[in-house]
Design a protein. Structure first.
Length: 92
């Protein structure tokens, strides 16, 4: 996973926390056989978990790895040719 996945999960977690908090603390409606406050608490907990997972993915998933390769070869005229390659890999 990459950094963008973590950022999306962060946003989704924030939205769930907001909706869950509204249902838990601000709604006073009652329904038969259905608890609005329980749904709010579930969304609040799931949102917090999604937010924490998003933070983990943002900080751990976006590490950058750089590989340096040096190749030294002999040329026909008796000299040497040095080829240096640099490759940056971002976590997929």
């Amino acid at each position: 996973m990459n950094r963008n996945t973590g950022a999306g999960l962060l946003g989704f977690g924030i939205v769930l926390v907001i909706i869950g908090a509204i249902l838990e603390f601000a709604v006073t409606a009652q329904a038969t056989g259905f608890s609005v406050h329980t749904v709010g608490m579930i969304l609040l907990i799931v949102g917090i978990v999604a937010f924490v997972l998003g933070l983990i993915l943002v900080f751990a998933g976006g590490t950058r790895r750089t590989t340096y390769t040096t190749d030294v070869s002999n040329t026909p005229d008796g000299g040497q040719r040095r080829v240096m390659e640099q490759r940056d890999n971002l976590a997929p």
